[in-house]
Design a protein around this ligand. Structure first.
Ligand SMILES: C[S@@+](CC[C@H](N)C(=O)[O-])C[C@H]1O[C@@H](n2cnc3c(N)ncnc32)[C@H](O)[C@@H]1O
Length: 175
């Protein structure tokens, strides 16, 4: 049982729902979790608070479910910077479309998927009190065109993928 305080808007511990990560991992094959602990990392390679992911170089295909609260701006800025250097960064973010960090950095992503429905994070007993989005920073240059923004029914996409596996068919076009 997770204490309710862990699920305040400022918590660092909104742990990714397994089914959502599995669906995205099938698509992107992540190699690095840029913010994690020994207990909640999603990839074998990960950065902890002690190592400070914000001070490390990000390479390969990165998963980022950043700590929430005021620091989130530094994480989305870093995601954009590192993508300019060649990393591909996929971020799970609260869809706070009115914030400075969203306008200054998330809007420089290549693609933004607005998730249909609310996520129930690992250990939570109810869906989150905020909407979520996936932002894909894909080798963005300093100036990027307007991102491709669309609504994504990830649960239906995950079901389609599972059905393909069961029927022995190749997966339908992603996402
Ligand atoms: C929202 S949780 C994500 C946990 C997990 N990686 C996932 O995707 O579900 C954010 C994690 O980032 C960690 N974190 C906080 N500051 C960090 C830092 N400077 N460097 C690396 N990790 C950090 C927190 O301890 C927390 O476990």
């Amino acid at each position: 049982m997770i204490a309710p305080a862990l699920f305040s808007s400022a918590t660092a511990e909104w742990q990714t729902p397994r089914a959502l990560f599995a669906r995205l991992h099938r698509e992107f094959s992540f190699t690095l979790d840029v913010c994690a602990t020994r207990d909640n990392h999603m990839c074998p390679a990960y950065f902890t608070p002690e190592q400070d992911g914000l001070r490390q170089a990000w390479t390969g295909t990165c998963w980022m479910n950043p700590p929430y609260g005021r620091v989130i701006g530094m994480w989305v800025e870093k995601a954009h910077t590192e993508s300019a250097g060649g990393a591909l960064v996929v971020g799970l973010l609260p869809a706070r479309t009115d914030t400075s960090w969203w306008h200054d950095h998330v809007m420089k992503a290549r693609e933004i998927r607005l998730l249909r429905g609310r996520l129930t994070f690992v250990g939570a007993s109810a869906p989150a009190p905020f909407p979520s989005a996936i932002a894909i920073f894909d080798r963005c240059r300093r100036w990027t065109p307007v991102p491709h923004v669309y609504g994504w029914d990830w649960r239906a996409a995950a079901r389609r993928l599972a059905n393909c596996g069961r029927n022995g068919q190749s997966p339908a076009a992603l996402p």
